[in-house]
Design a protein around this ligand. Structure first.
Ligand code: ATP
Length: 442
């Protein structure tokens, strides 16, 4: 089983590189550990996931506002949040094979997981914040940090946003953006990177309603994974935190069955009044909320939903990757392996491929492609046999292929092939757009 899963990871990594989803940053220089680039299909898919989250969390709700803050902010922000003093992991080095480990990730903290040696350095604290300098002088006074999470600027801007957007409690603020952590041991492909994207939402409410909203957001996020990303019940699970941070009231992680085992995808946390209290203390600005309906003034309680975009991307691939055997006309073979990504249509990098059956049909088919491309993410592919082209599209998860044949010009119809069932259907070009709209929304 473990071997099969390892195999799956290798297949996903290789497919990602070969088809331009994700590959190592700076590859011609030997790569850069913990940094990944998203290629043509990967960047399309990543953006589609981001748009889906933004739509579900911000656009369809009138009590969630958006924010796009800077990556570098005042260093005091990270002092107040506790990151400068406490955002660290314990690290140890093997004196024999020189491997470096995060102590909490070792099977046995007294033994090197690579060579089995017990000759390890004393564990020491290692701060994960990425440091830089602002201005021409490179000294401690000018040190600044790349944000380690996207939520701190939300807390810092809470009052400005509340007033500008004329929001009353309860309401939330969401942000998507890059976060940076100097992870000791980046691994498992994009799962643990040093630069990654987070999608976070902080919901501010009266403490009396805190648990009610915690339950609400937990359910909302579970439904999102089930209904929008089509995760099956056995692909994800809820981990309830028993040990909580001193300020927290409740916390769960949504975990996913990654090829290397169960791993955290998203956290839903009841953070009490900790964040706004700390920024009130460190900035001297009172971030309490005045409820004019009942004359009460209080520090808002925060419910947080926090998910990594790169981990979502990897989880979707792990959930979607499949191989089946199909009959083939290849010499000496009856069956061939078909690699297929069963991606939800909403986030597939290509939603519709237009495939002319002969070069002579290219012009007409291209006109159709241009029309469809106004409404869906489309690709026009003319090279290779039709079977090869179907396989190419299956491998990148294209839900529908539109085949333009010689009869298409005469009967004004095309053949639509479904990725998952491989069934083909004849559809009139006049109805094509509404047909695809309906199918892609399923
Ligand atoms: P972990 O325990 O795996 O280090 P965490 O509990 O520190 O994660 P949070 O600080 O809660 O993570 O961050 C929220 C989300 O951001 C995580 O659930 C994950 O999806 C994502 N994330 C965190 N660290 C990384 C990373 N190094 N690479 C990619 N995504 C990350």
């Amino acid at each position: 089983m473990a071997e099969k899963q390892q195999d799956l990871m290798e297949k996903i990594v290789s497919l990602c590189k070969r088809r331009g989803f994700v590959f190592q940053s700076s590859e011609i220089y030997g790569g850069f550990n913990g940094f990944w680039d998203y290629g043509p299909y990967g960047s399309r898919m990543k953006r589609a996931i981001e748009n889906l989250w933004w739509h579900e969390m911000v656009e369809i709700r009138d009590n969630i506002e958006g924010l796009d803050s800077t990556v570098i902010c005042h260093p005091k922000v990270w002092k107040a949040s506790g990151h400068i003093d406490q955002f660290s992991d314990l690290m140890t080095d093997c004196k024999d094979c020189k491997a470096r480990w995060r102590v909490d990730q070792m099977a046995d903290p007294t033994t090197c997981s690579a060579c089995g040696s017990k000759n390890l350095t004393e564990p020491r604290e290692f701060n994960l914040m990425m440091k830089t300098f602002v201005g021409p002088v490179f000294d401690e006074e000018h040190a600044a940090y790349l944000r380690a999470e996207t939520c701190q600027p939300i807390f810092v801007d809470f009052d400005l946003i509340r007033i500008a957007a004329r929001q009353k409690l309860p309401f939330g603020i969401a942000q998507i953006g890059k976060a940076f952590r100097n992870e000791i041991n980046p691994r498992n492909f994009t799962f643990r990177s040093r630069e990654f994207t987070q999608m976070e939402m902080e919901f501010f409410c009266d403490g009396e309603q805190g648990m009610e909203f915690f339950e609400y957001w937990k359910e909302q996020r579970i439904n999102y994974y089930k209904n929008k990303l089509k995760f099956k019940d056995d692909f994800f699970r809820i981990y309830v935190h028993e040990k909580l941070a001193h300020y927290a009231k409740a916390a769960i992680d949504i975990e996913v069955k990654f090829p290397f085992g169960w791993g955290e995808l998203e956290g839903v946390h009841h953070r009490g009044t900790w964040d706004l209290s700390r920024h009130t203390e460190f900035s001297g600005q009172d971030l309490q909320y005045m409820d004019h309906d009942n004359g009460r003034k209080f520090m808002p309680t925060v419910i947080e939903t926090s998910v990594g975009l790169d981990r979502t991307f990897l989880a979707i691939l792990a959930n979607a990757y499949d191989e089946d055997t199909v009959s083939t006309q290849k010499e000496g073979m009856d069956e061939d392996v078909r690699v297929v990504l069963h991606l939800p249509a909403a986030i597939a990098p290509i939603q519709v491929a237009v495939l002319p059956l002969s070069k002579k049909l290219n012009d007409n088919a291209r006109t159709l492609y241009k029309e469809l491309n106004e409404h869906f993410r489309c690709e026009f592919d003319v090279t290779g046999s039709i079977g090869k082209r179907y396989r190419r599209q299956d491998e990148i998860g294209t839900p529908y292929c539109v085949t333009f044949g010689f009869e298409s010009a005469a009967d004004n119809a095309v053949t639509i092939r479904n990725r998952d069932t491989m069934e083909q259907e004849r559809v009139s070009i006049d109805n094509l757009r509404s047909y695809l709209e309906k199918k892609l929304a399923e």
